[in-house]
Design a protein around this ligand. Structure first.
Ligand code: CTP
Ligand code: MG
Length: 211
């Protein structure tokens, strides 16, 4: 069973505001994406990274696409041997091999198994006018992360949609759900944060020092 890791790392990192792409920002002495690649290598036979144009290194560093899921699709196209796919963002450097392994094990009997955390804030839905339309039932809400592990055939079918549909998807599991796939949640440790804004780098550094 070929387990292939895919790291979408082709984003520009607009919200981080670094001079170059986010995946290459130094974090504890190495490019940010290397932390995710290392955690995946501990579990996967091969790791394919989708990188910004100009950073390609065949066969395992391929050009990303115009959206996150388009980057995942391009990387998956480079790994036709994959039977199980572990998708993990370059933006989550604190992922552990243990979490990756738990997601792979949770794939038994479903199409996807994804890292997630129970929501701790109350979540409200509002219109453009910022008036609250309703309050959601927090006890049933999960904030979804990566790793997201899929049966490769299900993910390939889910990604076989037009660029606008890919661009509208904020995670790959939603695309698998859209073709009727079943997805299981795997509770992730609190440390598995995403680097989005500059303060996240500071928090991630502190978390890694403490672990
Ligand atoms: N990503 C990608 N290809 C894109 C856009 C995003 O591979 N066209 C990747 C990013 O490199 C990142 C992950 O998807 O590892 C999650 O995206 P996000 O955190 O939004 O990163 P960026 O899109 O780079 O940041 P921003 O939205 O602030 O520009
Ligand atoms: Mg983005």
């Amino acid at each position: 069973m070929a387990v292939v890791g895919i790291v979408p790392a082709a984003g520009s990192g607009t919200r981080l505001g670094a001079p170059g792409p986010k995946a290459f920002v130094p974090f504890r002495g190495r490019p940010l994406l290397e932390w995710s690649v290392d955690a995946l290598r501990a579990v996967c036979e091969r790791v394919v990274v989708a990188v910004p144009a100009g950073h390609e290194q065949p066969p395992d560093r391929v050009t990303g696409g115009p959206s996150r899921s388009a980057s995942v699709r391009r990387a998956l196209e480079a790994a036709p041997e994959a039977r199980v796919v572990v998708v993990h963002d370059a933006a989550r450097p604190l992922v552990t091999p243990d979490l990756v392994r738990r997601c792979v094990e949770a794939l038994e009997g479903v199409d996807g198994a994804i890292a997630a955390a129970p929501v701790t804030d109350t979540v409200k839905e509002a219109g453009d006018d910022q008036l609250v339309a309703r309050t959601l039932d927090r006890s049933r809400l999960w904030a979804v992360q990566t790793p997201q592990v899929f049966r490769a055939d299900a993910l390939r079918r889910a990604l076989d949609v037009d660029d606008a549909t890919l661009a509208a998807a904020t995670d790959d599991a939603a695309l698998v759900e859209a073709i009727g796939g079943t997805i299981r949640l795997v509770e992730a440790p609190q440390e598995n944060i995403k680097i989005t804004r500059p303060a996240d780098l500071v928090i991630a550094d502190v978390l890694m020092s403490a672990s």
